[in-house]
Ligand binder design. Structure first.
Ligand SMILES: [Zn+2]
Length: 350
């Protein structure tokens, strides 16, 4: 079977793919005629090397089939359809790998520094314990060294000239620039990032995102403040967690290092997912304790905040800053009125 560049996730392909000589042809994965196509076997060595970090999952009810697991861990392909993923893999390796057998479930090998314990599982157990059993002296603390290394691997800088936005709904008088900031400690309700009584400053990277974040109703008035960081900031980036690069595998020194990269990616993705869960009226205040812990850990590592995806605005990005004075509001406040709202939905059953 033949593949084209469109079959692969764009960013890594452009940077590192360096495939052999191409020829014009038809892509067998739905992209039609392309002047550059390759046989899927062109990447056989990379795939075989990739498979070294997985082993047979023998526990019933655990694991994913190889083609699903590598797509989840490495985001190699631009498509996610299981049938196409499997076709690609089987044709690329000429059906010669036991782990690629239909129905065989795999897991990450438990060798090396990151083997033996599943960091995701230990985070889940820890989350449960500090929510429901032991708050301040938990027994199941995840490996702090690993967690700290994971967090410090995904640090982003926000410079002073970047505009950030914060919106407030108001009824009569628009708030001043000072009132656009974080609430005083006494009024700080618990959020996904901040514990009750400890205010953090929540900002958005786009004006539209901050409007969605207020969950406005139609015909309400919203004041929008533009903020700039008062110093260059380093934040934990849980919004743009990049998968390790499949086309870079050859340069990676060992199986253990590849396992580390996959484990870290899984860990960061899961933590980012926790932080982006929408805040709901039915939430219990204790639901936020694990993410509050995560933010305090980031703070203790000297970071200024956490960047995360908006659950209310597709592709929107937010940042929460631990020091409420780390960004200041410009004097000019914009005032808008919401004139219409639209909704998208999906069916989830009856
Ligand atoms: Zn293609």
């Amino acid at each position: 079977m033949r593949a084209c560049a469109k079959c692969f996730s764009a960013s890594t392909w452009v940077l590192n793919a360096s495939p052999p000589q191409s020829s014009p042809g038809n892509c067998d994965f739905g992209h039609g005629y392309d002047p550059h196509t390759w046989p899927t076997t062109a990447w056989i060595d990379s795939f075989i090397r990739l498979f070294e970090i997985y082993e047979l999952e023998d526990r019933v009810g655990y694991g994913l089939e190889l083609h699903l697991q590598i797509q989840q861990d490495w985001r190699i392909f631009s498509f996610d359809e299981p049938r196409k993923l499997r076709q690609f893999l089987v044709s690329a390796i000429q059906d010669e790998h036991p782990l690629a057998d239909y129905g065989t479930k795999v897991r990450l090998k438990t060798t090396g520094e990151y083997g033996g314990t599943d960091p995701l599982l230990s985070w889940a157990q820890f989350s449960d314990e500090i929510r429901t059993r032991n708050r301040y002296f938990p027994q199941t603390v995840p490996d702090r060294k690993i967690l700290e290394r994971v967090l410090l691997e995904s640090v982003e800088h926000i410079q002073k000239d970047i505009a950030l936005y914060r919106a407030r709904v108001f009824e009569e008088t628009a708030p001043s620039a000072i009132e656009m900031g974080a609430p005083p400690a006494i009024k700080a309700a618990a959020g996904r990032a901040n514990p009750v009584g400890i205010p953090y400053l929540y900002l958005s990277f786009a004006l539209e995102t901050c409007i969605y974040e207020t969950r406005v109703a139609n015909h309400t008035q919203v004041a929008i403040g533009t903020f700039h960081a008062t110093r260059d900031l380093s934040v934990l980036n849980l919004a743009d967690v990049e998968a390790p690069d499949f086309f870079d595998i050859e340069e990676v020194d060992s199986v253990a290092e590849q396992i580390r990269r996959v484990s870290f990616h899984r860990y960061l993705s899961a933590l980012g997912h926790e932080l982006k869960k929408p805040v709901r009226v039915s939430d219990q205040p204790t639901d936020y304790i694990p993410t509050q812990y995560l933010c305090e850990l980031a703070k203790s590592l000297g970071l200024d905040g956490v960047l995360y995806s908006s659950s209310l605005h597709a592709d929107g990005r937010n940042v929460v800053l631990f020091d409420v004075d780390a960004a200041a509001c410009d004097h000019e406040i914009k005032v808008i009125e919401i004139t219409s709202l639209s909704a998208d939905w999906r069916f989830v059953g009856r």
